[in-house]
Every structure is written in structure tokens, then in C-alpha cells.
Write a protein that binds this ligand. Structure first.
Ligand code: ASP
Length: 439
């Protein structure tokens, strides 16, 4: 997606920042002067809340088709048996390993710093009760969350349609993975059409996300207004701590994990890598979109980092949608931050589940600005955390998005260097060719 512009020509991130400031200041002013008045409650209930809800619902609407199509396409690309079986497996292992490391860094940092804790108890209770007005079902879900062996069993859906309807994300992901594997193995005209269909669904979802994200400035203003009008200033301190936590964890992954991996596994000097990768780093930082950065990262991997052409194409293309270290790390921190904020206790088993969901969520999120927001909203619901919390982080999301997208794209390039090491310059068949069609 190209750089998003608001209708008046102003870049979207400025509109979001304005929405954030206007919503926050208006909310704080109302909280200060009119906290007890009836008209403020009416304004919150009938104007601000519905606008925020509308935005969240639009995001939720896209989750299932997006995750299903992205995962099927990811598996189909990895599974090309003609020449990329080995590279596919190396890439898959790389994605799983490094994304897991990223999420673990995020979870450790957020558990150590506890940025979401500290809101006075009565304010938190107020927030939760108000969030529950929008869905008692959310709280119910948290109470009925499965534990122990059931968590594992529930990964396999009895009924994929019911899993999708009830927002059981991980079961839908499992179903999509199985579908992708079977579509890769079976090479018929029908499966080719199915894969094309998934490409269409994916492209449509990206376009819809682009449209929905245009509403974000208004949603940010409305959501921030509701929260600060109810809670006042304390909530902002909490937010600053959240930003600090995310930047610290992203920094650890970017400046410690990547250089170590480059040096130990890729056998490339990190300095040489940074110099070569610079155009892609700058593009990802300014666009907040892995997909928009793809042409630049392909050029960088091939021409400046010397990765064999087909490895570069394969790893970078797949990576733009499926290898999102920064996004997965961010998802983990955000879910735990909001759990702390709303006082939802997550036991170790549940945190492991968050880890798994975030690794998969890094694969399932779209490489566009704000692409991870639908996935986060869905994970929140799964753990009984009010998804309205997304409104809190939206206002600062552009900055965090720029940073996590940079980590995402850099992770693709590090992956291309590592997977490409030892591969011949010409691997043989074209990756676009999915092999002969049977029947
Ligand atoms: N903007 C990110 C990317 O394109 C996705 C996200 O985390 O929202 O990589």
C-alpha cells in the first residue's frame, strides 16, 4: 500500500496524532470540569463509544478472511516442491525460531516492567464495568477459558465454521494451515483456482484495511475521549510506560538479537549488513508497511547483500506477510499490557498460549500500516480482555508501527542472508511455477 494520505492531503499519521491530542484534551477537560454531569455520560454513551465501537467492529470483520487467506498463501509458497522444498523448510524454521525469540523478549520485558499496573483500583473497576456494558460475553469468555490439555485439544476445531463464528483464532489458523498443506500437495486445476481465490481474498482484505484505517483518526479521538473523560490523567502515564516498554523490547531484538544471528549463523558482519540494508530500513520506517517495502527489500537483498536471487525473492516475499518479528513482539506486549491494565490475570499456561498466538499472529497479520490491530483485538477477546483497550494504544500506534515494521523488514533481510548462505547463485526452477497440474 502506498503512503496513506488523508482526504485533505494530510498524511494519515498526522490526522491520527491530531485525533489523539483532540480526544485526550477534550476528555481531560470534561473529566476535570464536568465529571459528574449527565450530559457527559450521554455524550460518551451515545456518541463517543459508538464511534469507537464501529471502528473496532470493522477491524474484527476482516480477521477471519485475512488470516485464512494469508496462511493458505504462505503455506502454498513455502511448499513449492520443485526447487524450494529445502529453502522452504529452512525459511519456515527461521520464521518460527526468530519470531518465538522476539515474542519471548516482549513477554519477559512486559512481565518485568509491568507497564499496565498502577491504575487506582476504583478507576480500573469503572473501566471494566463500562467495557462490559458493551459485551458481558467478553467477561464470560475469560471465565470459561479452557485450561490444561483442553488448550491443546482446542487447537483442532471440531467445526471450522463454528470456530470462525466464535472468534477462535487459533483453531481457524490450524484449519488454514491444513488447507494450505493439502492445496500444496494436490496439484489440480481446482486447487490452482482455490489458491487464486485466496489471493483475491487477501488483496481485497488489504484494500479494506486501508479504508478502515482511514477512519482511525476519528476512532482515536472518540476512544481516547471516552477513556480520559472517565479516568482523567492517570491513564496517560500508563500509556507512556507502554510506549517505553515496546521500544525497549524492539531495540533489544534489533540491536542485540539480529547482530548475533548475522554474526553467528549468517557469517556476515553486522556493520556490512546495516550499510547494505539502509534503503529498506528507511523505507519501512517511513511507510509502516512491509508490503510497500517489498520492492526495496528485494533490491537490497539481491544487489547490496549478495543473496542468491531466488532465495531473496522467496524469503523476502514470504517474509513480507509471514515473518513479522516486530509485530509478533508488539502483539505479545500489547495483550499483556492490556491484561495488566484491566486487571485480568494470565497464568503461565495462558501466557504460553499468548506466545503461540502471537507467533501465528505474526504470520497472519497483513503487512500494511496497522495490520496487526485486527489480530490483537481478536486475541484480547479470547483472553477476556476488553478489546476497547485498543483505543488506548491507537493514538501512539503510528510511532510504534514505524519501529515494529522496521524490525519486521530487517528480520526478512537477516533471514534472506541466513537462508541464502551456502546456496548456489542459481537454484534452478522459477519459484512462480507451482509445478505440473494433475487431472
Ligand atoms: N505495519 C506492520 C507491517 O507492515 C504490520 C503491523 O504490525 O501492523 O509490517
Amino acid at each position: 500500500m502506498s503512503e496513506q494520505q488523508g482526504r485533505g492531503g494530510m498524511p494519515l499519521h498526522w490526522k491520527m496524532a491530531i485525533g489523539f491530542v483532540v480526544g485526550t484534551l477534550a476528555g481531560l477537560a470534561c473529566n476535570f470540569w464536568f465529571a459528574q454531569s449527565d450530559w457527559l455520560q450521554t455524550l460518551i454513551t451515545y456518541v463517543a463509544d459508538p464511534i469507537g465501537q464501529l471502528f473496532l467492529r470493522l477491524l474484527f470483520m476482516l480477521v477471519i478472511p485475512l488470516i485464512f487467506s494469508a496462511l493458505v498463501l504462505g503455506v502454498v509458497e513455502i511448499g513449492n516442491p520443485k526447487s524450494l522444498g529445502r529453502i522452504g523448510i529452512k525459511t519456515l524454521l527461521w520464521i518460527m525460531l526468530v519470531t518465538t525469540i522476539a515474542v519471548m523478549i516482549g513477554l519477559v520485558v512486559v512481565n518485568l516492567l509491568q507497564p499496565g499496573i498502577g491504575l487506582p483500583e476504583e478507576q480500573r473497576a469503572l473501566l471494566i464495568s463500562q467495557a462490559m456494558e458493551h459485551g458481558g460475553a467478553i467477561a464470560e469468555k475469560g471465565r470459561n477459558a479452557p485450561s490444561g490439555i483442553d488448550i491443546l485439544l482446542n487447537i483442532v476445531p471440531k467445526n471450522p465454521v463454528a470456530a470462525a463464528a466464535s472468534g477462535d483464532l487459533i483453531a481457524v489458523m490450524f484449519f488454514a494451515l491444513m488447507f494450505g498443506i493439502a492445496a500444496t500437495v494436490l496439484r489440480t486445476h481446482g486447487t490452482h483456482h482455490f489458491v487464486e481465490f485466496c489471493e483475491g481474498v487477501y488483496d481485497i482484505c488489504l484494500r479494506l484495511i486501508e479504508w478502515v484505517i482511514r477512519l482511525a483518526p476519528y476512532a482515536v479521538a472518540a476512544l481516547l475521549f471516552s477513556i480520559t473523560a472517565r479516568l482523567g490523567f492517570d491513564v496517560l502515564i500508563q500509556l507512556a510506560r507502554f510506549v517505553g516498554t515496546v521500544l525497549l523490547a524492539l531495540g533489544l531484538h534489533f540491536f542485540v538479537v539480529f547482530p548475533l544471528l548475522l554474526w553467528l549463523v549468517g557469517r556476515m558482519s553486522p556493520l556490512k549488513f546495516w550499510r547494505g540494508a539502509e534503503p529498506a530500513i528507511l523505507t519501512s520506517f517511513s511507510t509502516s508497511s512491509s508490503s510497500a517495502t517489498l520492492p526495496t527489500s528485494l533490491m537490497v537483498a539481491e544487489e547490496r547483500l549478495g543473496v542468491p536471487r531466488q532465495v531473496a525473492r522467496f524469503v523476502c516475499t514470504l517474509g513480507a506477510t509471514a515473518n513479522m518479528n516486530g509485530t509478533a513482539l508488539f502483539e505479545g506486549i500489547t495483550v499483556l499490557f492490556l491484561a495488566q491494565f484491566y486487571g485480568v490475570e494470565l497464568a503461565l499456561g495462558q501466557q504460553l498460549m499468548v506466545l503461540l498466538l502471537c507467533v501465528m499472529g505474526g504470520i497472519g497479520a497483513a503487512g500494511v500500516p496497522g495490520g496487526s490491530l485486527p489480530v490483537i483485538a481478536m486475541i484480547l477477546v479470547m483472553f477476556g480482555i476488553p478489546p476497547e483497550g485498543i483505543g488506548l494504544i491507537l493514538g501512539v500506534d503510528r510511532l510504534l508501527d514505524m519501529c515494529r515494521t522496521t524490525v519486521n523488514v530487517t528480520g526478512d533481510l537477516v533471514g534472506a542472508v541466513v537462508v541464502g548462505r551456502g546456496e548456489p547463485a542459481h537454484i534452478g526452477d522459477d519459484v512462480d511455477d507451482l509445478g505440473p497440474v494433475e487431472g
